[in-house]
Write a protein that binds this ligand. Structure first.
Ligand code: FES
Length: 573
């Protein structure tokens, strides 16, 4: 009896007598009301990420009911288990700090508990990447079930969606274009339904990437959170999990058969074609890194040159995720990119990507998804820059930036930390002009701030009020996927570990060239070395215990996906 290796008999608790362990486990399961028959079925774990601190997952309980229905219909036993949930705006210092913790929680709970397959429900920014990182090494099939985007709201005839419009109106408020009553009214209209941010921010980007990787059912990335199709997708995910759980061990579609170098390349193509979030390159690097798949930023540049931006969604364009859904969903983008994709990649349906695209519906709304020969932009949304200021690279979302600033040389105006930034950015005496380059130091993964989405430095109030809308801004921080502007991020190595960003002084000249993919601090090598010798590296915050100690002891730079060194495949270290 105890040799049974599926369902409840997987991974028995060890008391030194395995028959006893199974008997005891069944007795405890029976206390939850299960009869012997259901306990003999394939067990499908359902990762529950509902939380009172995660508005984007407000509808997860309803999705879980639909998943359970799909599992039961197909002959499995659904068992729900909780994991950490990361509500983007509710975590201090950043949700990013806890992404790796959630990945560990997800990985360990999948492994430690007896399930034959799992459906992992995620959506808000860091949750899908954390779950994919945790799933990567699982030895059971996993299906990602995406929570879906919010619907847009309205105010005085204007359509609003988090969070590009959050930033747009905050910029107007700072510039004095709207008053306190106006911004209060906008605040109450920005987020009006369950689901993730309504634009192509990090959550939507990761949803599209998850579908492109083959880890979610086809057509599920863009379904609005509140749409009945979202529940149908949940039901179908539960049903498909039972199918996958029932396949024999040798043919089991475990994640490492789906997340491969070829599917990762497909995901990068999609990231570029959707004008996706800069955060996604860090997350995808971390997910792929768990399986020893490298993503050099030079590869990103090659793919970026060949892959046009096809969709017209904020923050790059005009539309919202619900419009992408109505326009045909991510499948349309995949169909347009077909000749650039690796079509033999396997997906959780058991079909290859190519087989999926053969039956993809024809319909498309060309105002939202453009054709390959009439793209929004001829090249991909992201580009990596290298040079004396960023020897290991930095990222610019060129699709959301002002092309007039792509070839720029300017004077550095330096802020040494987030505190310094908030103290001085609006000081009327700040020596800053429109053509200067704003620099933020000490906001990378090892800084006290733990790499917040602070790379979208505000335009100094006095310039904003004079009508300046964009400036080149450079930092080792990240940026919300919903933000826009000529913003260079993820400068690696970061200032807190003595990277060249730490050496920049007020008045230095900095040169950015998107054409040449370069980012340089225009001082001599000798001066660079002199400054390096005198540099006082502010050591990372010291924690003697707990998760924060683990974080600061082991977190990698952006080019390592900000994963922990002991979680990344050793071949990449
Ligand atoms: Fe959850 Fe934006 S706050 S996706």
């Amino acid at each position: 009896m105890a040799t049974q290796k599926h369902g409840l008999a997987r991974g028995l608790t060890n008391y030194g007598d395995m028959d006893f362990s199974l008997y005891l486990r069944r007795a405890n399961a029976a206390s939850m009301g299960y009869g012997r028959d259901p306990l003999s079925k394939p067990v499908i774990g359902i990762a529950d990420t509902a939380s009172g601190f995660n508005n984007c997952h407000r509808h997860v309980p309803e999705m879980i009911e639909a998943v359970k229905r799909g599992v039961l219909m197909t002959g499995g036993l659904p068992i729900v288990f909780p994991t950490i949930s990361l509500g983007e705006t509710f975590l201090n210092p950043t949700s990013m700090m806890y992404r790796n913790l959630m990945s560990m929680d997800s990985e360990e709970m999948i492994q430690a508990q007896p399930m034959d397959a799992a459906v992992m429900i995620g959506g808000c920014d860091k949750t899908l990447p954390a779950q994919l990182m945790g799933a990567a090494n699982a030895n059971i099939p996993i299906i990602s079930l995406i929570t879906g985007p919010q619907l847009t709201g309205h105010s005085e005839g204007e359509r609003l969606g988090a969070c590009t419009d959050c930033r747009r109106f905050w910029g107007k408020f700072r510039a004095g274009e709207i008053d306190q009553a106006g911004i209060d009214k906008i605040e109450s209209r920005l987020v009006t339904t369950a689901g993730t941010c309504a634009v192509m921010g990090t959550a939507s980007t990761m949803a599209c990437i998850t579908e492109a990787l083959g880890m979610a059912l086809p057509g599920t990335a863009a379904i609005p959170a509140t749409h009945a199709d979202r529940l149908r997708a949940s039901e179908a995910s539960g049903a498909q999990a039972v199918v996958l759980a029932s396949s024999d061990k040798d043919n089991s579609l475990i994640p490492n058969r789906i997340i491969t170098p070829k599917s990762v390349e497909n995901a990068l193509r999609v990231l570029l074609a959707i004008g996706g979030s800069t955060n996604a390159i860090i997350h995808l690097t971390a997910v792929a890194g768990r399986l020893g798949i490298p993503i050099p930023l030079t590869q990103l540049n090659i793919l970026s040159d060949e892959t046009p931006v096809l969709i017209d969604l904020k923050p790059t364009g005009e539309h919202y995720m619900e419009d992408l859904f109505k326009a045909g969903g991510l499948g349309v983008v995949l169909r347009e990119l077909k000749h650039l994709l690796n079509l033999d990649c396997m997906t959780v349906t058991g079909q290859t990507l190519g087989e999926r695209l053969e039956v993809e519906p024809e319909y498309v709304d060309r105002t939202v998804v453009r054709s390959l020969d009439d793209p929004i932009q001829p090249m991909g949304g992201l580009v990596a820059l290298f040079g004396s200021l960023a020897p290991k690279g930095a990222i610019l979302k060129r699709s959301a930036a002002d092309p007039k600033l792509f070839e720029t040389e300017g004077r550095a105006v330096v802020f040494s930390s987030l505190e310094d930034l908030s103290l001085r950015i609006d000081d009327p005496a700040l020596d800053v002009e429109e053509n200067d380059i704003l620099i933020l130091q000490n906001a990378g993964p090892k800084s006290d701030a733990a790499m917040p989405e602070a790379g979208y430095l505000p335009i100094p109030k006095k310039l904003a009020r004079a009508g300046v809308k964009d400036m080149v801004r450079i930092s080792d921080a990240r940026m919300s996927g919903t933000a826009y502007g000529t913003i260079v991020l993820h400068v690696t190595p970061e200032a807190a570990v003595g990277g060249p960003l730490a050496l920049v002084k007020n008045g230095d000249r900095i040169k950015i060239s998107v054409k040449n993919r370069s980012l340089d601090l225009l001082i001599s090598e000798e001066e660079m070395q002199n400054r390096l010798k005198k540099l006082h590296i502010k050591s990372p915050p010291k924690y003697h215990r707990g998760y924060k100690k683990l974080y600061y002891d082991t977190v990698l730079q952006a080019d390592g996906g900000c994963d922990f060194d002991f979680l990344r495949d050793p071949s990449l270290l």
